[in-house]
Design a protein. Structure first.
Lengths: 338, 338
């Protein structure tokens, strides 16, 4: 493990993206999003993901020149074609547009189809919250998770992001519909650990905390069992219908050579302006009182503190800004060679 | 157990509500909502809940004359004061208004504050789906669930409803943020059963499937552990900010004599018109292809079929329409006496 400063990481990723056809402006934007994911501790969708993006560009699965083009609009809802452009830039654009629409209408909604993997979804929640907006966004994905009661993966992992702004205490939830990600299974296995709770089924159909068994069976568990399973289905359908894009089913049925992570997915971005609705003082009071109330609970036996979504992100951000971002040495070497 | 026809149940509940001050029109509407919940198998929030509603009316916690009054509107978002009216009628009104707004704008949003328990949330999802709309709604509640990592309940159970229309195959998810409801714990205990998976912690802080232990500790588990915990917090904040209503914190801090289930809660109703966006044929194709794909998975070892949200509801509805709705004899007697 090495520690790399936020600035150095941005510079290095910017260089790689320019070398792979990005304009300087887009390279800087995308590099900032990748580096921010790592800064915030979401290593799997930060720097670690850059080599795969380069591969996708080389294979023609991501078009570095692709940009969202407006399909239709009613002044409140805008619908875009993502043209297989970089998913992080497309998503940032969409949340910006949703906030712009919300300026006039209190609420704005943007949908996009034919886009690419948005990398770390939380970025777009922070984007909204940092600008003072409530942000809600989600994406569908190709299938990666069995429904509750099923052996075969026919559901996307369809992450959902919910964000509420509050100056230095924004609350941002970024969650996939599986209890754990495959990235978490991998790192747990590499550390020879067990999951803290059941994460899926083994080949015998028994719930297990052993990450390797789940990697083998590919039977990862939806969060909340039937609940995450149902939610994944509904989020997919709503994103598909609103964007007139590909459903998880359509993604699964694509020709094999483009059946890759995030290719052609559908997304929804909603922004709402709580301060325009009820004033900044009310927002601040509600959020602060809620956090204070939430924190009054006694910690349970195994926990030392009770944290709200985004709280530990911010702590990690501060720590990584100060000490540098921890990076797997081999991955850093790989990125330097790209 | 006795079986009562849907019509008889409606008639009986209508009688009780009129006797308790409802107009005939409102009594019929509310009775239909209660009876539909029972018809669909959500017994805890159907007939079984009627005695408690009568108690709440008698205590002054629900105002039978209360109706939503418009606070402000921008033509797209309407915000109402619920005036402590019957929560089911208030919620039905709000979803109707959201659909009306969505007729012109593709999307409509209605929020309400100072309302009462909406009883079965799924009703408002079916209401939207049956009318051809995507429906999204949620409510906050007084706290009833500890956050992940906490011993004391500082989070509401904040149920979320997601609905996608498709003629006879609408997909409707109605889920609380806890893995199980206290109603489910009670019925499991009365049947001397165990929960199929962990439902909470016992007094020793160990995860348990024993419903009685959870009823004693009051440490019910959020669905997806930290995920449902985070989501409950965000849904509460968003509903509070958009409605300018009471947060879970504010509800918890009410004077003890009105600190009762659902008193003064905040709710959000969103309706979107997928057919106006992309045509009825596209909606139908997406939903039917998705269901077909979903059903292609092999059932897992312990399951005989794989069902989507709303599928079993519809089956139960048909069965109960045909055979009559199963009702606990003592509760039926109690309602007859009201």
């Amino acid at each position: 493990m090495v520690r790399v400063s936020f600035e150095e990481m941005k510079t290095e990723i910017t260089r790689v993206l320019i070398k792979n056809g990005f304009t300087e402006e887009k390279a800087k934007k995308s590099a900032t999003l990748f580096a921010t994911a790592s800064l915030d501790g979401v290593y799997s969708h930060g720097l670690n993901r850059v080599p795969r993006l380069v591969e996708y560009i080389n294979q023609g699965w991501v078009d570095v020149h692709g940009e969202p083009t407006l399909i239709d609009s009613n002044g409140l809802i805008e619908r875009y074609d993502g043209n297989f452009g970089p998913g992080d830039l497309n998503a940032t654009y969409c949340m910006d547009r949703a906030m712009e629409l919300a300026k006039d209408n209190l609420l704005g909604m943007v949908t996009i189809n034919q886009t690419s993997h948005w990398m770390r979804g939380g970025n777009y929640g922070w984007q909204a919250a940092d600008a003072g907006y409530i942000g809600i966004c989600w994406t569908n994905t190709e299938s990666s998770m069995p429904a509750w009661g099923a052996m075969d993966a026919k559901l996307g992992n369809n992450p959902l992001v919910l964000a509420v702004p509050n100056k230095d205490n924004s609350i941002v939830l970024d969650m996939a519909m599986s209890q754990f990600s495959y990235g978490k299974l991998q790192t747990t296995r590499l550390n020879e650990g067990k999951l803290p709770i059941d994460g899926g089924f083994n080949e015998q159909g028994e719930l297990t905390r052993n990450p390797e068994e789940i990697e083998q069976s590919r039977r990862i568990l939806p969060m909340g069992y039937w609940k995450g399973s149902g939610m994944a289905l509904l989020l997919d359908l709503i994103a598909t219908l609103l964007s007139q894009g590909n459903s998880t089913t359509a993604l699964d049925q694509m020709k094999p050579e483009t059946h890759v992570s995030g290719y052609g997915v559908s997304q929804v971005f909603i922004a709402m302006n709580p301060n325009a609705l009820s004033g900044e003082a009310f927002t601040k009071e509600v959020v602060e009182n809620t956090i204070a109330h939430f924190k009054q609970a006694r910690p349970s036996e195994d926990s030392s503190d009770i944290s709200y979504p985004g709280e530990n992100t911010r702590k990690r951000r501060e720590e990584n800004l100060e000490k540098g971002i921890p990076v797997d040495t081999a991955i850093w070497e790989q990125v330097l060679q790209l």
